[in-house]
Design a protein around this ligand. Structure first.
Ligand code: FAD
Length: 309
């Protein structure tokens, strides 16, 4: 059995694996797709100490760094079930492949995925004008016109954030009113370079073949279609944590995120979690790395306090 078994091979999982292995304990990492969301990212400009890099390059570097240590890497393994060990017994994880692994402690780092609008152009122009993270990609649209799809808290926060960087923001909400907190809505309406469209259903993101040049939306009251010219579209309709396989085991928040304490421990002793899959605020690479390191150190601390066997 492992001392620390990490589920997930994104930044959080990679950091956990390295921190655990550096303690000289039996460490394994099982991931559906090593690299995680970083693989889907193009320009990364906020990985501190590296001025600019690309997702696939960073993902390769993460994996190479983990491979430098004595870690069992099991790629292309999708966890399907967690069976927590009771009273200090080993925890077990079952995989879609039929395999099953046991470990004294676990670090759950299965990340999250952005909810998509599912309109023509979204996939085609992903990373070429279609963006999901204002902290990451906002500065790429400096001085340009952009749209934000989604009028919940994250959409309105994104619009306020972007309004300070870009020339103009159009916020589109499907419903007849915004769903964000009043204080955010008030701030949004005070900004001179933001237009808010409600009852607006985005039907297409258009481009010139290489980059986004606009979007088309339907006014749900009149049924009329309109076109807005812009350089970027930020989709802000939710981040979905990859926790379907954990239902009924560790405590989840109402958004489905794993609830962790300051040390990264979940509601079950010996099971830790890190990165975008948890309740940690702000989903970013540097944050996932730090949280992953923290969870591994907490797992080690848990091991040295548990009975010796
Ligand atoms: P993830 O990266 O999501 O990794 C999760 C891992 O778990 C993957 O290996 C996955 O295959 C695996 N997994 C999932 N489910 C299972 C399962 N059931 N069984 C086994 N394995 C499983 N952040 C920045 O800081 N800067 C940026 O510029 C930036 N740009 C971004 C651009 C895009 C398009 C996207 C999508 C995200 C971007 N982010 C950026 C966010 C950043 O990628 C995430 O915050 C970070 O990757 C989170 O790391 P993580 O390890 O928690 O999760």
């Amino acid at each position: 059995a492992f001392d620390v078994l990490v589920i997930g091979g994104g930044p959080a999982g990679a950091a956990s694996a390295i921190y655990a292995a550096r303690k000289g304990i039996r460490t394994g990492v099982a991931a559906e797709r090593f690299g995680g969301q970083v693989l889907d990212t193009m320009a990364i400009e906020n990985f501190i100490s590296v001025k600019a890099t690309e997702g696939p390059k960073l993902a390769t570097a993460l994996e190479e760094h983990v491979r430098d240590y004595d870690v069992d890497i099991m790629n292309l393994q999708r966890a399907e079930q967690l069976i927590p060990g009771e009273n200090g017994a080993l925890h077990e994880v079952k995989f879609a492949s039929g395999a099953s692994l046991k470990s004294k402690t676990l670090v759950l780092a299965t990340g999250a995925r952005w909810r998509e609008v599912n309109v023509p152009g979204e996939q085609e122009y992903r990373g070429r004008g279609v963006a999901y993270c204002p902290h990451c990609d906002g500065p790429l649209f400096k001085g340009k016109r952009v749209a934000v799809i989604g009028g919940g808290n994250s959409g309105v926060e994104a619009a306020i954030d972007l309004a300070g960087i870009v020339e103009h923001v159009t916020l589109l909400e499907f419903d007849s009113q915004l769903r964000a907190d009043q204080v955010l809505q008030k701030k949004l309406h005070s900004l001179s370079n933001v237009d808010v469209l409600v009852s607006a259903q985005t039907t297409e993101i258009t481009g010139d073949g290489s980059r986004v040049n606009g979007l088309v939306y339907k006014d749900r009251n009149s049924g009329e279609e309109h076109r807005v010219e812009l350089a970027g579209v930020f989709v802000q309709i939710g981040l979905v944590p990859n926790t379907d396989w954990l239902k009924g085991t560790v405590e989840l928040s109402r958004f489905g995120e794993i609830v962790t304490d300051a040390r990264g421990e979940t509601s079950i002793p010996g099971i830790f979690a890190a990165g975008d899959v948890t309740t940690v605020p702000y989903k970013q690479i540097v944050i996932a790395l730090g949280e992953g390191a923290k969870a591994a150190l907490s797992a080690f601390d848990h091991l040295i306090r548990s009975s010796v066997d």
